[in-house]
Write a protein that binds this ligand. Structure first.
Ligand code: GTP
Length: 605
C-alpha cells in the first residue's frame, strides 16, 4: 500500500466517553472482526482492564478500508490509548507514531479534564484533531452545548464536529471517511535504509520480548539483522506480523506501517521503549519521538514470605517489560525482608500494576503506602561527601537524614485541572485548600460549568484526591494533573514509638502544618490495629524528641481455649498450636508483637 493511502491515528478521550466502543465499531465496519463476535471491547485484552473497565495498555490494530470517494483500499492503523490521568505516558507514546487523533467527547457529560489534557498533548505534537461527539442516542445528550465548549476551549468550529453513537453505530462510517480526508499520510521515507521506532513491547513465554515497531524509513524483512541504537546488540528478524487484532504474519513491512517484530530477544531489559533500530552495522540518527515520563509515586513491594522472593522478582521483571514506566530498585526492611522499591506514574498506575501481579502471576506481594520523592539540600559535609552532591533525592522516610543535616526541603507539585458543574465549587475549593492547594485560575466554560487550575503538592493528591473529588461532586467533577516541578516546603519526619522503641517502617514524612493531625490519626489507628498483648503498650508519635500524640493499649491475653470444657486434649493442643502459628507472622518490637499487615494499614489515610 502506497504511503498516501496509510493513516496512523489514535482515539483520545476522557474515561468512559466510549473510546473502546468506537474502536470495536471501527473493527467491525472494516471487517477486522465479525459483527456479533460477542466479545465486547476487543482491544481491552487484559483481565484488569475488563474488571476495572479501563484501558491500560496501548494496543494497536491495522484496518483495511475501502474509501467510497475513490474506491481505493486504505490502511488505517489505530493505536489504542488509555484514558486515565496516570497513563499520560502511554498516551504520548501512542501519539508519537500518529499523524492525527480522534478527540472523542461524551455528548452528555461534555469536555472533561482529561479531554483538555489530551487535546493539548495532541496539539503540542502537531497532530490533526478530528472532533467527535459520542452517545448522541442518549435522551439528555446536549450536543449543542458540548459544541460550544469545544469552540470556547479549543476554537473548534461547530461545523467540523461529527456526531455519532458508538453504541448503535450511527455516524461511524463518517468517522472513517473523515480520518482519510482530514488526517495526512505519514511523513516517512521508503527509499532509505531501515529505521524503526520501538513504541511498545510485551513478553511472550515462548518467543521472548515482542516489539511493536513503527517503520520510519526503508523496510524490514524476515531474515534481516537489525541493531539497537541503545544497546548496540543485533537481532535476526524471525517474525513480522500485523495486528488485526490477532497476529497476521507478513514477510515485510514498509515505512509508514506498524507491526509486531519477533527477534529472539530473550531478556525483557533489552526491549527499550523509545529505542531506534537500524540495519546491522549501519548506524542512523536516533528517532526521538517522545520523552518518557518520570515516575511520581514510589512504594515498597515485598514477598509475603521470603521463599517467594525469586518468583516475585521474575514476575515483576516480566510485568515491567509490559509497562516501561515502572522503575525498580532493590530495597530491604527489618520487618518485611528483601524487596524492591517501585516507581509509578500515579496511584491508579500502582494499583493496576499490583493487581496484574496478583492476577497474571499469582503473586501476593505486600505493598507499602505510596510516597513521593523529596529533594533535600544538605548542609552536613559528611553526608554531602557520601552522597556525592549537596542535593539528595529521597522517597524512603526511613532513610531521611537528621534535620540538622538539611538546609532546605523541596517537594514535588503538580498543576491540576478541575472541571466541575458550578454547584460543587464551594466544597471543591475547601478540598483544595485542605490539600494545601493554590488557585491559579477559574473560568466558565459554559453557563453552568467551570474550569479551575490549582497548584497542589503531589503528596496530597496521590492517595485519595480523585476519590474525594468524585464523592463531593456526585461524580461530576473531573481531575487531571501534570508535573509542576519542585517547590520549597517544610516537612518533618514523624516517628512511631512502641514502648519507647522507634518503628522504622512506620515513620513517614509529613508537612509540618499537618504533623499533629496525622500523629493523632496514626496512634488511634494503631491502637485499633495492634492486638492486645500480655504487657501494656505505649503508642507514641514523635517528631524529634517531641511527643505529638500518645495512646495506651491495655494488657490482655487472648485465651483461645476458654470456650473448651472438659478434657479434649488434642483439640486444646490444636488451638494452642494455631495460636502459636498466628503469632509467627508478627514482628516483635520492644516485646510488642505487631502483625505484618499493620505496617501497611497504618500508613493508609
Ligand atoms: P476507558 O477504556 O476507561 O477509557 O473507557 P472508554 O472510553 O473506552 O469507554 P467505553 O467504550 O468502555 O464506554 C463506556 C460506557 O459507555 C460503556 O458502558 C458503553 O456501553 C457506553 N457507551 C459507549 N458509546 C455509547 C453510545 O454511543 N451510546 C450510549 N448510550 N452508550 C455508549
Amino acid at each position: 500500500i502506497p504511503i498516501e493511502r496509510i493513516r496512523n491515528f489514535s482515539i483520545i478521550a476522557h474515561v468512559d466517553h466510549g473510546k473502546s466502543t468506537l474502536a470495536d465499531r471501527l473493527l467491525e465496519l472494516t471487517g477486522a472482526v465479525s459483527k456479533n463476535s460477542g466479545q465486547a471491547q476487543i482491544l481491552d485484552s487484559l483481565q484488569v482492564e475488563r474488571e476495572r473497565g479501563i484501558t491500560v495498555k496501548a494496543q494497536t490494530v491495522s484496518l483495511f478500508y475501502q474509501y467510497p470517494e475513490d474506491g481505493q483500499i486504505y490502511l488505517l492503523n489505530l493505536i489504542d490509548t488509555p484514558g486515565h490521568v496516570d497513563f499520560a505516558n502511554e498516551v504520548s507514546r501512542s501519539l508519537a507514531v500518529c499523524d492525527g487523533v480522534i478527540l472523542l467527547v461524551d455528548a452528555c457529560h461534555g469536555v472533561q479534564a482529561q479531554t483538555v489534557a489530551n487535546y493539548h498533548l495532541a496539539k503540542s505534537q502537531n497532530l490533526t484533531v478530528v472532533p467527535v461527539l459520542n452517545k448522541i442516542d442518549i435522551k439528555h445528550a446536549n450536543p449543542d452545548r458540548v459544541c460550544k465548549e469545544l469552540e470556547s476551549l479549543f476554537e473548534i468550529p461547530t461545523s467540523e464536529v461529527l456526531k455519532i453513537s458508538a453504541k448503535l453505530g450511527t455516524g461511524v462510517p463518517d468517522v472513517l471517511n473523515r480520518i482519510i480526508s482530514a488526517i495526512p499520510p505519514p511523513k516517512v521515507n521508503r527509499g532509505g535504509l531501515f529505521r524503526g521506532f520501538l513504541f511498545d513491547s510485551w513478553y511472550d513465554k515462548f518467543r521472548g520480548a515482542l516489539n511493536l515497531m513503527y517503520i520510519n524509513d526503508g523496510s524490514i524483512e524476515i531474515g534481516q539483522d537489525i541493531q539497537s541504537m541503545n544497546t548496540g546488540k543485533t537481532y535476526p528478524v524471525k517474525s513480522i506480523s500485523l495486528l488485526r487484532p490477532g497476529e497476521e504474519p507478513v514477510d515485510k513491512l514498509n515505512a509508514g506501517q506498524v507491526g509486531l517484530i519477533g527477534c529472539n530477544m530473550r531478556s525483557s531489559k533489552e526491549s527499550i521503549i523509545g529505542d531506534t533500530f537500524h540495519v546491522k552495522g549501519k548506524p542512523v540518527e536516533a528517532l526521538s519521538r517522545f520523552k518518557p515520563q518520570q515516575p511520581m509515586v514510589y512504594a515498597g513491594i515485598y514477598p509475603a514470605d521470603q521463599s517467594k522472593h525469586v518468583a516475585l522478582r521474575s514476575a515483576i521483571e516480566k510485568l515491567v517489560l509490559n509497562d516501561s514506566a515502572v522503575t525498580v530498585t532493590p530495597d530491604s526492611s527489618p520487618a518485611l525482608g528483601q524487596g524492591w522499591r517501585l516507581g509509578f506514574l500515579g496511584l491508579l498506575h500502582m494499583e493496576v500494576f499490583c493487581q496484574r501481579l496478583e492476577q497474571e502471576f499469582s503473586a501476593e506481594p505486600i505493598i507499602t503506602a505510596p510516597s513521593v520523592t523529596y529533594k533535600l539540600k544538605l548542609c552536613n559535609q559528611k553526608l554531602i561527601k557520601q552522597n556525592g552532591s549537596d542535593t539528595l533525592y529521597i522517597s524512603n522516610a526511613a532513610l531521611f537524614p537528621e534535620k540538622s543535616a538539611v538546609e532546605e526541603y523541596y517537594e514535588p507539585f503538580v498543576l491540576g485541572t478541575i472541571i466541575t458543574p458550578s454547584e460543587y465549587v464551594g466544597p471543591i475549593i475547601s478540598l483544595c485548600v485542605d490539600r494545601r492547594g493554590q488557585q491559579l485560575k477559574s473560568v466558565n466554560i459554559d453557563q453552568d460549568r467551570l474550569l479551575m487550575k490549582y497548584i497542589l503538592p503531589l503528596n496530597e493528591i496521590i492517595l485519595d484526591f480523585n476519590d474525594k473529588l468524585k464523592a463531593i461532586s456526585s461524580g461530576y467533577a473531573s481531575f487531571n494533573y501534570e508535573d509542576h516541578g519542585y517547590h520549597e516546603t517544610n516537612v518533618v519526619r514523624l516517628e512511631i514509638h512502641l514502648n519507647g522503641r522507634p518503628v522504622e517502617e512506620m515513620c513517614r514524612i509529613v508537612h509540618s502544618s499537618k504533623a499533629v493531625q496525622i500523629a493523632r490519626e496514626m496512634v488511634l489507628r494503631l491502637k485499633e490495629l495492634i492486638p492486645r498483648q500480655m504487657i501494656q503498650v505505649a503508642i507514641q508519635a514523635c517528631v524529634g524528641s517531641k511527643v505529638l500524640a500518645r495512646e495506651t493499649l491495655k494488657p490482655y491475653r487472648k485465651d483461645v481455649t476458654a470456650k473448651l470444657y472438659g478434657g479434649d486434649v488434642t483439640r486444646r493442643m490444636k488451638l494452642l498450636r494455631q495460636q502459636a502459628e498466628g503469632k509467627k507472622k508478627m514482628r516483635s518490637i520492644a516485646n510488642v508483637r505487631v502483625p505484618h499487615e499493620t505496617f501497611i494499614d497504618v500508613l493508609k489515610r
